[in-house]
Design a binder for this molecule. Structure first.
Ligand SMILES: Cc1ncc(COP(=O)(O)O)c(C=O)c1O
Length: 416
């Protein structure tokens, strides 16, 4: 491959270049070598808890940073009561579940979590997956069939898209949050059954799914709608039941899917709905049937995190106060945060090389934000992603803003 390495992206290395399928394309290895200085921003090592201020390894040394990178939206990942619950379960249940939930990995703690999730979401039943990704993939691929059509927002998470591909149904995209585009997609693709797949909050753009309008369009075609509340669960809505609750449309979704890896601060996924649908899914969702259940120690911690998250609405209020404050200040600095209206904020840079250079400068100054490159976002929207949490103090946020102003505002203006 002869192109300028700066103009290449992950989408350029999908073809097999040699006869050995177990060998990485040599052009990719070379691209990684040339771009090693930029790639260093990935897979940073966290040396402490995912708290608002933490320590990561940078340049081989421990570095104190303000953390705008973790999904620990309510600060539950390192809550002392959550950690105590995990310690307790370690003593009673040991480390691993040591089997699929179908055969040997289900414990009383898992069953209790199913009940609590179902109760919280006012559904008949819930099932627990050992990963959020596997939960979305397993639910979509477990329910859709070859003659169906999945209609996905073009910013959908890969777990949902991969689930549709695995089911071998036809897939169709609509423009992000655009009800007119959804209407056209539904008219174009008439499978035996149509499933529209949306998200409560989009994980790269940080905007809400346009739920009421999209539901109305789906209804007009007789299509069902599936919602992924990964980033919205426990952090949005009057009682934390997610974006659907915020928009007053919970009852319009027969199933609700979410993760335990974001506001709950742990790991795993769930889907809640009718007993009959979940009984079917328990046998047809491969990541459920053929993969070890979550460790009981994690389940016990999730139970405690759920109790705290539902019992202390002030955590949500703090999260949103922080998000609103940070948004307003970023806008004041002239920083482009796209369509975000939530605690997830893209900080759009637009130019790849500049983004990686600035990423190193920010880390050196003690601000930890995530680099987001094409194809995860469009080329002209290459950005950092910042996540604000309830645990950030005003001093944390002001310090982060000062660093961003010093480092980034001149570059952003120069780019404009
Ligand atoms: C919208 C969405 N769905 C599903 C997932 C998968 O969740 P997990 O990270 O818990 O596997 C993510 C992860 O970030 C996500 O953003």
């Amino acid at each position: 491959m002869s192109e300028d390495p700066a103009k290449l992206s992950l989408s350029n290395f999908l073809a097999g270049e040699t006869n050995d399928p177990l060998e990485a394309p040599p052009s990719f290895t070379n691209w990684m070598r040339v771009g090693a200085w930029a790639v260093k921003l990935y897979e940073p090592e966290l040396l402490a808890t995912a708290d608002a201020r933490t320590t990561i390894s940078y340049g081989g040394q421990p570095k104190s940073v303000i953390n705008l990178c973790s999904y620990n939206y309510l600060g539950l990942a390192n809550h002392p009561e959550v950690i105590a619950a995990a310690h307790q379960a370690l003593r009673t249940h040991g480390l691993g579940a040591c089997g699929s939930p179908m055969l040997s990995g289900m414990t009383d703690l898992h069953r209790e979590l199913e009940r609590r999730v179902a109760q919280f979401l006012q559904r008949e039943d819930a099932m627990i997956f050992n990963s959020g990704f596997g939960g979305a993939l397993g639910t979509i691929s477990g329910l859709l069939r070859k003659t169906d059509v999945a209609i996905l927002d073009n910013r959908s998470h890969l777990s949902l898209r991969d689930g549709a591909i695995l089911s071998r149904c036809r897939t169709e995209k609509f423009e992000h949050n655009d009800s007119g585009s959804l209407d056209a997609a539904l008219a174009r693709q008439k499978g035996r059954r149509q499933l529209v797949i949306v998200e409560g909050i989009y994980s790269m753009d940080g905007d809400f799914g346009n739920l009421p309008e999209l539901l109305a369009v789906a209804d007009s075609h007789g299509a069902k709608v599936f919602i992924d509340e990964a980033h919205s669960m426990l952090a949005c809505g009057p009682t934390g039941r997610g974006a659907a609750e915020k928009f007053g449309v919970q009852d319009r979704f027969p199933l609700v899917y979410g993760t335990f890896s974001k506001a709950i601060g742990a790991l795993g996924g769930f889907v809640a709905g009718s007993k009959e649908t979940l009984q079917y899914l328990r046998f047809y969702a491969h990541p459920y049937v053929y993969s070890c259940a979550l460790p009981p120690v994690v389940v016990a911690a999730i139970l405690k995190a759920l109790e705290i998250g539902t019992g202390q609405p002030e955590l949500r209020t703090q999260l949103w106060d922080n998000a609103d404050y940070f948004h307003a200040q970023l806008r004041g600095l002239g920083i482009d945060t796209g369509a975000s209206t939530t605690y997830i904020m893209p900080i759009v840079i637009g130019d790849r090389e500049r983004m990686y250079r600035l990423g190193h400068q920010l880390r050196r100054r003690g601000l930890w934000v995530a680099p987001v490159d094409y194809p995860a976002v469009p080329q002209d929207r290459i950005c950092f992603r910042a996540c604000v949490t309830a645990k950030h103090t005003r001093a944390d946020l002001d310090e982060a803003l000062n660093i961003l102003e010093d480092t980034l505002a001149p570059a952003a203006l120069q780019h404009a």
